[in-house]
Design a protein around this ligand. Structure first.
Ligand code: OAD
Length: 247
């Protein structure tokens, strides 16, 4: 049940900003990173797979690992959490969704105002040029080669030890500092600078809400904590928001 106090905060809100992490895609069957059983980092070593050094050392291994993730995501569907966030967008004059996820499921659910902080595995780019490549000749080489410069192709995601996309980070920071309500959903709040966004929202005076079945390092700073799965809590929240807007 969403508290009337929280609904009141939403009622007066014009600017709502949402930060999502892997937990939002968990109910679509997409593995998270740090969950004990299913987390990718519980079963693979991030430094062997998600760093430029790992790619230079073994480009085939890294490319094939992302191909496996890409196929898994292509077969996944947006879950009620993604759909609820897409429904939430038109309820507020100024709504901004910021995601750390690279699976593209928010867009497939219908969200339009999405900032991808860590890129997307649905896109591929040239390792040398840094530009997105939408098609290439399948020569059977793994990874495939850039049709322009012959360099290796790689997923268009942010790896560890790589800088965040400046423009996206700037927009995400502005949307976090200047908002009335900030939702941190399905993220362990461990990876910076994304994890600094809810803190910036607090500093900006926003009502900050955390939605997660577990506690995180941010939980005690949140003004409201909705403990539960995003696919359960978000549809309930959106239904209450819609009811309140009709009242
Ligand atoms: P994590 O795997 O670190 O955290 C997932 C969070 O989702 C945890 O807090 C879980 O408790 C929570 N969770 C699990 N199931 C959930 C559900 N059904 N509903 C809501 N929450 C649920 O994933 P992230 O916080 O997204 O970056 O990780 C942040 C970044 O670290 C990723 O973007 C990735 C990773 O390394 C890079 O690879 C650069």
């Amino acid at each position: 049940m969403i508290s009337s106090e929280l609904l009141k905060r939403f009622a007066g809100a014009r600017r709502v900003t949402v930060l999502t992490g892997a937990g939002v895609s968990a109910e679509s069957g997409v593995p998270t990173f740090r969950d004990a059983q299913t987390g990718l980092w519980a079963n693979f070593k991030a430094e062997d797979l998600a760093t430029p050094r790992a790619f230079r050392r073994n480009p085939r291994l890294v490319w094939e690992w992302y191909e496996w993730r890409r196929k898994l995501v292509a077969e996944a569907n947006p879950n009620p959490a993604h759909l609820a966030l897409a429904e939430m967008e038109p309820l507020f004059p100024n709504f901004q969704l910021i995601t750390q996820n690279v699976d593209g499921l928010h867009q497939r659910a219908g969200s339009r105002r999405v900032i991808e902080l860590h890129g997307s595995i649905t896109r591929t780019r040239c390792f040398d040029e840094g530009t997105v490549v939408s098609s290439w000749e399948d020569t059977g080489e793994v990874p495939p080669k850039c049709p322009r410069c012959g360099g290796l192709l790689r997923p268009d995601v942010v790896w560890f030890e790589e800088p965040m996309p400046q423009a996206e980070m700037g927009r995400a920071l502005a949307a976090s500092v200047h908002c009335d309500v900030f939702l941190s959903i399905g993220t362990s709040a461990l990876v910076y600078p994304a994890a600094s966004l809810p803190v910036e929202a607090l500093r900006g005076g926003a009502t900050v809400v955390e939605i997660n079945p577990q506690r995180t390092p941010f939980t005690e700073q949140a003004k409201f904590v909705l403990t539960g799965a995003a696919g359960v809590v978000l549809p309930e929240l959106v239904a209450d928001l819609k009811r309140a807007s009709r009242a």
